[in-house]
Write a protein that binds this ligand. Structure first.
Ligand code: FAD
Length: 390
């Protein structure tokens, strides 16, 4: 395993840093602090940012050239992602379109689907959300019940999806729907569904953070055109499982970079209190743990470079970054006292990091992308090879 970047990779990192210095006018924390913004105008800030990244060739770098890619390696993707997070750049609105939908289309879609959808995803002309989870099908996704029924050459979708990130601002949703009730995995298909139509009711869900970035969506005979089935009928599960694994490399250094920025913000916020040994000990431990996480990310990248798949060990990383963020934000609220509980726009709030938001948001990390319990099951079975009782 080689933990060092090559001279070319370091050159790429410097290019990204220089580009960010020139193009990132305000950090995301600064944008969200601006009282002139509301939820809709913040989406437009994100859209404008995505367009800048797209124009610079920083989206989908690892894709084939005809779809805007430049044959970038997983390491370059990871370097870019880490720099964006360290710089506190806005999150692009179409991250689900780019990380999940486009790989699905590139690997499993038709040429017509790629031409129709990919450019508009990249330029954020159409925002996409992911319709996988249902009220009774989260961890056990294969028990999903939303169904698609034939209507001539087309399909009619009926059912409910939930926790739909960015749903309230999306134009399209990619949906896993049941096309054969008798076949648990092979009876699931992957559809592209426009949201602005009579059979779709998207409702915002109020979150603990105060935002409504999530939706629940009800389908009542919604139309999915025949040409908007991705892959063959019954291939939805296979497509979903493969695309969920594609982007593992890109996020390998994302969390350590983001948490480093937060740790530096915490140290600045603590000011003179940093002289106290117990404060330094607490922060020091968090810094060391973050470096362990970075080393793990580098190991994942080294494996990917060597042509090895990320494997079930990525469950260890998932547990680590999500539980670490809860420890970090617990420590921040503890050390900063009442000031740590103020939201970004409140008078007297720390300017570096919106700790109240981060604390509340960190609760979600141990649930999405597979909960901690599910990750531990995977580690027990596939890493430790423990007996499953079956
Ligand atoms: C911030 C956020 C964003 C999300 N965005 C999207 C999105 O855009 N699109 C989308 O489709 N979904 C999205 N989700 C949904 C997410 O995928 C599910 O929340 C997740 O899969 C867990 O499912 P669930 O909420 O139904 O919980 P459940 O599966 O009902 O689990 C409830 C509890 O039981 C535990 N549990 C379940 N099964 C087992 C088991 N076999 N062994 C041990 N413990 C178990 C779980 O760990 C959990 O603690 C999002 C969720 C969050 C929090």
């Amino acid at each position: 395993m080689d933990l060092h970047f090559t001279p070319e990779q370091l050159k790429f990192r410097d290019e990204v840093r220089a580009w960010l210095a020139e193009n990132l006018e305000r950090t995301w924390t600064e944008e969200t602090r601006d009282p002139a913004h509301d939820a809709d105008s913040l989406v437009e800030v994100r859209r404008a940012w995505q367009r800048k990244l797209n124009a610079a060739g920083y989206l989908g770098m690892g894709w084939p050239p005809e779809w805007g890619g430049r044959g970038a390696s997983a390491v370059e993707d990871a370097i870019l992602t880490a720099e964006l997070y360290y710089a506190d750049a806005p999150l692009i609105p179409n991250f689900l379109g780019i990380t999940l939908l486009c790989p699905a289309l590139i690997h499993h879609g038709t040429e017509e689907q790629r031409r129709r959808f990919i450019p508009k995803v990249l330029n954020c002309d159409e925002i996409w959300c992911q319709g996988f989870s249902e009220p009774s099908a989260g961890s056990d996704l294969a028990s999903l019940r939303t169904r698609a029924e034939r209507d001539g050459d087309d399909w009619r979708i009926t059912g409910q999806k939930v926790w739909t990130t960015f749903g309230p601002w999306s134009d399209w949703i990619f949906v896993l729907a049941r096309t054969d009730p008798e076949d648990r995995y092979g009876g699931i298909s992957f559809f592209l569904v426009p949201i602005d139509q009579p059979g779709v009711d998207m409702r915002g869900l109020k979150q603990i953070t105060g935002e409504s970035e999530f939706g629940e969506v009800f389908f009542d005979g919604a139309l999915a055109k025949g040409e908007h089935l991705v892959g063959a009928l019954g291939e939805g599960w296979k497509i979903a499982m493969t695309v969920l694994g594609y982007e593992r490399g890109a996020s390998a250094l994302q969390y350590p970079a983001e948490y480093q920025r937060q740790l530096e913000g915490l140290a600045r916020g603590l000011g003179g209190a940093m002289e106290r040994p117990e404060v330094r000990a607490k922060l020091g431990r968090l810094v060391v743990e973050n470096e362990v996480m970075r080393a793990n990310g580098l190991r994942t990248l080294a494996n990917l470079e060597a042509g090895l798949p990320p494997g079930p060990e990525s469950s260890i990383e998932k547990i680590f970054w999500s539980e670490y963020h809860q420890r970090l934000t617990d420590a921040a609220l503890d050390l900063l006292g009442p000031q740590g509980q103020l939201h970004a726009t409140a008078e007297g709030a720390r300017p570096e990091v919106d700790w109240a938001y981060q604390y509340l948001w960190s609760r979600a990390g141990t649930i999405y992308s597979g909960s901690s319990e599910i990750q531990r099951n995977i580690i027990a079975k596939r890493v430790l090879r423990m007996p499953t009782g079956k």
